[in-house]
Design a protein around this ligand. Structure first.
Ligand code: ATP
Ligand code: PRP
Ligand code: MG
Length: 295
């Protein structure tokens, strides 16, 4: 028992672009994290967690070296770290949208470079040197790849011929009048563990529970619950007309000839579904938000 109580899980949260969305997701998953101003060791309402805010680029290194048990970072930086990590879950969220981050090869709109092979002998700046070098090696292209500390878009065409940079919404590419030549990698955040932590029963169970709750919170995103009463005679028509209702729970009501329907659907279809149900004679329609969805 004493040993159980002294257990703790060293968990890294990515500092930077992913910090806010990661803290929001953890909160939705049921873990309230408190980050003090300039503090890099957040506290939480789960006494088992020992939290560290670490740059996304470095999370993989410290987990791989065994100094941290686990953490969240992009697939991109985990790959770049080159350490052995156990991938416990893909978490499909991003900085601003639900789309994955893409690492793209980019040139000015009017550049003569049209295809990757045109990079032969050229200069490329990027924060992801390893990702870029592996891509060029796979294609048998020889080009100079130099590390960029950021603000990479400004470097073409005066300082380098092309850049490899992250894009999510595409607004930076548009604002800087750039053109995508190719996509090297698509990346979402993942939950990674060290091989030692993954082999430890208590840590493994703890991490799997956290992943379950994180995924449940992500799966509930953009979905709502809908409940209503419907004349039984209209049930077939409702299921035919509204395919998204097919997986609903149908139960009899105390009042003869009526059924209660409960379903989880995409929020975006609700505005079509509610009026259609009303036309079919549905009554007592309620819509409610969902916090978690576990299939
Ligand atoms: N729009 C975005 N821009 C940058 N990174 C993003 C974006 N959306 C998601 N990410 C992810 O955030 C992680 C960290 O990104 P990045 O390496 O750019 O560092 P950063 O936290 O943005 O800090 P910096 O200000 O140094 O760029 C990566 O895994 C990346 O895939
Ligand atoms: O497609 P978008 O949604 O516009 O996102 C892409 C931008 O986000 C990142 O910049 P960041 O804010 O991380 O600054 P950085 O350029 O210093 O890395 C990336 O380097 C792009 O500039
Ligand atoms: Mg960035």
């Amino acid at each position: 028992m004493a040993e159980e109580q002294s257990k703790s899980l060293k968990l890294a949260i990515p500092k930077g672009s992913l910090e806010k969305p990661t803290l929001d997701l953890l909160e939705k998953a049921g873990y309230n994290i408190y980050v003090s101003s300039r503090g890099l060791r957040p506290s939480s309402d789960d006494a088992d967690l020992d939290l560290f805010l670490i740059r996304a680029q470095e999370v993989g290194r410290y987990i791989g070296q065994g100094f941290l048990d686990c953490g969240i970072t992009g697939l991109d930086w985990a790959t770049e770290a080159g350490t052995e990590l156990v991938d416990l879950a893909e978490l499909p969220y991003s900085r601003a949208t639900v789309r994955p981050t893409k690492w793209v090869l980019v040139v000015p709109e009017d550049s003569p470079i049209q295809k990757p092979e045109d990079l032969e002998g050229k200069r490329i700046a990027t924060e992801g040197v390893g990702i870029t070098q592996r891509y060029l090696a796979e294609k048998g292209i020889k080009a100079d790849v130099e590390f960029s500390w950021g603000a990479t878009e400004v470097k073409v065409p005066d300082l380098v011929d092309a850049i490899v940079d992250v894009t999510e919404t595409g607004s930076s590419i548009k604002a800087n009048k750039l053109r995508i030549v190719d996509t090297l990698l698509t990346s979402f955040p993942h939950f990674y563990a060290s091989p030692e932590a993954a082999a430890d029963k208590w840590k493994r169970e703890k991490m799997e529970r956290i992943c379950l709750m994180l995924k449940a919170a992500l799966d509930a995103r953009d979905k709502v619950g809908l409940k209503m009463n419907l004349p039984e005679g209209q049930l077939k028509q409702a299921l035919d007309k509204l395919p998204s209702l097919r997986r609903s729970t149908v139960s009899p009501l105390a009042e003869d000839g009526w059924v209660a329907i409960e379903v989880v659907i995409e929020e975006k279809v609700v505005r079509h579904i509610i009026p259609a149900l009303k036309e079919l004679g549905a009554e007592g329609i309620i819509e409610y938000p969902l916090n978690k969805l576990v299939s």
